[in-house]
Design a protein around this ligand. Structure first.
Ligand code: NAG
Ligand code: NAG
Length: 264
């Protein structure tokens, strides 16, 4: 009986990359988050979508799990300056991905090091609709209790379809303990525990890769949760990866030096 209980629990608590839809949020004021990127990733049979954010005029950060089960990618585009992604808005800039760097220690099991860096084929034009956001430095941390926002084009309820317009939600940074109790592979160094303890608001499928923004700076990346649970969620902690991001940005500016796993 006890074994059965443990097994059932183990099953229920499998981490799930469905952290991506915004539930209980609101429509964002159009173009109020000009760093938001809409990712469309196609293989031979399927198109999947994710969020991301512009950190340099030719570089976007997102989550590694957005590409890990895709296999061979036939097309990978990033749309910047969008509010409604089902329309062709004059503000939109759709740019192909030239290179994509998955963190070399990314692990699907537990979503460890769930971070992806994209180099765009050309620089985005920076204007009132498209702008990069700064991200947390190695020594910059968010504290439990702080309120931050997440935005994305993910689902707005437990069922499809995803949202056409950009949605946003305020979420609280939670004590590490709360995530340690739920995620067996939770790493306090490289993850941030986030969520609304009243379970009314959350991110969900399709929001993955989007930024957790606190005081106008990106501190986290939408990563994973537990299936059918709205609380808590584990996000990627950007400050931990800042040295890696800087290093890769430098490499991407130079010519292609092999070393890190690439997806296109
Ligand atoms: C295409 O991607 C989906 C995930 O979005 C995956 O399940 C499927 O196996 C992939 N197909 C091929 C041919 O790689
Ligand atoms: C945008 O990126 C440039 C480097 O390409 C950087 O100098 C600038 O500070 C960034 N802007 C923000 C808001 O981070």
């Amino acid at each position: 009986m006890l074994l059965l209980l443990l097994l059932t629990n183990a099953f229920v608590l499998l981490p799930w990359a469905g952290a991506g839809r915004i539930i209980g949020g609101r429509e964002a004021v159009a173009h109020s988050r000009p760093y938001m990127a809409f990712l469309k990733i196609k293989n031979a049979t399927k198109t999947s979508r994710c969020g991301g954010f512009l950190i340099r005029s030719d570089a976007v950060l997102s989550a590694a799990h957005c590409v890990d089960e895709i296999g061979t990618i036939v097309s990978f585009t990033v749309t910047l300056g969008a509010h409604n992604v089902s329309r062709k808005e004059p503000s939109q800039q759709k740019i192909h991905v030239e290179k994509c760097v998955i963190h070399p220690q990314y692990s699907r099991e537990g979503f460890i090091n769930d971070i992806l860096l994209l180099k765009l084929k050309k620089k985005a034009e920076i204007n009132e609709y498209v702008r990069n956001i700064s991200f947390a430095k190695e020594n910059e941390h968010v504290r439990a209790g702080e309120l931050c926002t997440v935005s994305g084009w993910g689902r707005t309820s437990l069922d499809p379809p995803p949202s056409d317009v950009l949605m946003e939600v305020e979420l609280k940074v939670q004590k590490e303990k709360i995530c340690q109790q739920v995620f067996s592979k939770y790493k306090r160094q490289s993850m941030i525990c986030v969520g609304d303890e009243n379970r009314k608001k959350t991110t969900y499928r399709g929001d993955s890769g989007g930024p957790l923004v606190c005081n106008k700076k990106a501190y986290g990346i939408v990563s994973h949760g537990i299936k059918h649970r709205l609380f808590p969620k584990a996000f990627t902690r950007i400050s931990h990866f800042e040295p890696w991001i800087r290093e890769e940005l430098k490499r991407l500016s130079l010519q292609d030096i092999p070393g890190s796993p690439s997806c296109v």
